[in-house]
Design a protein around this ligand. Structure first.
Ligand code: CTP
Length: 494
């Protein structure tokens, strides 16, 4: 299929940049009759004008061993994928490693579905047959690097225009080849803002249970590393829609039953007129995008913060009790941190490269998400505030972000929305940041110095002294090392 000028130009730019034109020219010259294509996600992304991550190249009419020999003189060839007829190739002077393969009938994408199957590859296989076993029409196009033509036997271009995710041929067959594709359909729909075509969607709902299938060896067919990568890619792009669609197709029940319990878990109307725990959580996630959020925080929340918002009330269903006629969720912050950690560990949510979340941070945020609710921020000790605000990098800001969206999603039945505690904490955080040249400011004296001045042996007393010195410093009553020494000698001499 001949393409319009813009698309041809866009491909040329990418191919030049990645030295693929050069390579194609050399292969064509050395191995007459060979054909070189860009295939898969890169074709989709060039047409959509999205940034490209990986480039997959497909070469026809060349044996893999000959290709390997040939490529060795132009760069570094990695043989890892040779078994599956894929070579990893870094052209000399190139920036990006390319996956180069010959046409295949069966696929191993490393996603668990095809581990046991021997891959059938054949240099003479028509390109259409390779494309036929790929997941979705928008991922099943090939760009002929030499003729500048698009090979699009399954209507990928049309589906890109219609904004549709549709399997190539039978949804049942494509999913059965690799059940991680059930979550890929959702992920592409969310990332691209596309709809999943009706038959494909019905098949997702029907087959979602297979996401937990075990192989004969007892291992999961679709490993949690792949599941969490798919979930996080979608969740990062649009948290609310991802949670909703995981519910709709049954993936949430199969993968995160703890979350399903939040649906229908009623809360006292007096404080939560917005609805049950799930409704509250979705509202909190939505508020990460709100004007109010942007007013207080310049940068968007990181993925760990979004995940903490998603899980902050996870223990409400299990801690719900009636006490003296009132519904309470006593200890749901501490319990929630534990349940969240178990879920995140089980799902290997810290594993996906570049996306993996910080489980310790999420645990800490959930554990303390009520801290400014239990105490008025301006009545808290400065040393205590410092621990929350300036602990490990960025945690203080993330905790304030969670506190804000939680408050924004808590709608009292009669009274107005109450942001007073958040505003107070936010102001203190800013003041404490501004008052210090360094965040957190360095203590004027360290433990050794304190021991020397007070002639103390190592022990808990030293810690107590350091803590009171810190309190004085953070409140601005001690402004220099000299004053700190004076304070020790005069006030604390034992
Ligand atoms: N593919 C497939 N089934 C899978 C995984 C991949 O059919 N389970 C095919 C698709 O043609 C896909 C290509 O292999 O386009 C490359 O896969 P991958 O790199 O995982 O996805 P991309 O489409 O490149 O998208 P992204 O990089 O955003 O994940």
């Amino acid at each position: 299929m001949k393409m319009n000028k813009k698309i041809v130009n866009d491909f040329s730019k990418v191919l030049k940049q990645e030295l693929i034109f050069d390579l194609a020219g050399k292969v064509a010259k050395k191995i007459p009759g060979s054909e070189i294509y860009v295939v898969g996600g890169a074709v989709r992304d060039v047409i959509l004008g999205r940034p490209i991550k990986d480039i997959d190249i497909l070469v026809r009419k060349v044996k893999i061993v000959d290709l390997e020999k040939f490529l060795k003189s132009y760069g570094k060839v990695d043989l890892v994928g040779k078994r599956f007829s894929v070579l990893k190739f870094l052209p000399r002077g190139g920036r990006q490693q390319l996956d180069i393969s010959i046409p295949r009938l069966d696929f191993s994408f490393g996603t668990g579905g095809y581990k046991d199957v021997k891959v059938k590859s054949d240099p003479d296989l028509p390109i259409e047959e390779d494309l036929a076993r790929r997941d979705f029409t928008i991922n099943a196009m090939a760009w002929n690097v030499v003729t500048n033509e698009l090979v699009d036997p399954y209507g990928g271009l049309k589906d890109l225009k219609l904004k549709i995710i549709r399997t190539v041929g039978s949804p049942k067959e494509r999913f059965a080849e690799d059940y991680s594709r059930l979550l890929r359909a959702i992920r592409f729909a969310i990332q691209l803002g596309f709809k999943i075509e009706e038959k494909t969607w019905s098949a997702v709902k029907k087959h979602i249970g297979h996401i937990n299938d075990l192989a004969e060896s007892g291992e999961r067919k679709v490993p949690f590393e792949i599941i969490s990568s798919e979930f996080l890619k979608a969740f990062n792009a649009n948290p609310v829609e991802t949670v909703k669609i995981y519910f709709e197709c049954g993936a949430m029940a199969k993968l995160m039953p703890e979350i399903v319990k939040m649906k229908g878990c009623a809360q006292p109307k007096k404080y939560h007129s917005e609805g049950d725990v799930l409704t509250h959580t979705l509202l909190a996630l939505q508020n990460l995008e709100s004007k109010t959020f942007k007013k207080y925080f310049a940068a968007p929340p990181d993925l760990s913060t979004k995940t903490a918002v998603f899980l902050h009330d996870i223990a409400k269903p299990t801690t719900k009790r009636k006490m003296e006629g009132r519904v309470v969720f006593y200890n749901h912050d501490k319990e929630g941190a534990k349940i969240a950690r178990r879920l995140l560990d089980r799902m290997k949510m810290s594993a996906p490269p570049e996306l993996g979340v910080d489980i310790d941070k999420i645990f800490w945020m959930i554990e303390h998400h009520l801290v400014f609710f239990y105490s008025q921020p301006n009545e808290m000790k400065k040393t205590t505030l410092e621990k929350y605000f300036f602990g490990p990098a960025g945690r203080g800001e993330s905790l304030l972000q969670l506190f804000l969206v939680d408050a924004l999603a808590t709608k009292p039945e009669k009274e107005k929305l109450d942001l007073s505690r958040f505003k107070m904490a936010y102001q203190l955080w800013n003041e404490m940041k501004e008052n210090k040249k360094e965040v957190p400011p360095k203590p004027f004296l360290n433990g050794d110095e304190v021991m020397k001045i007070l002639k103390l042996a190592p022990g808990p007393k030293v810690g107590e002294v350091l803590e009171s010195l810190r309190e004085e410093q953070l409140n601005g009553r001690i402004k220099s090392k000299k004053e700190a020494e004076f304070f020790l000698k005069k006030t604390l001499t034992l």
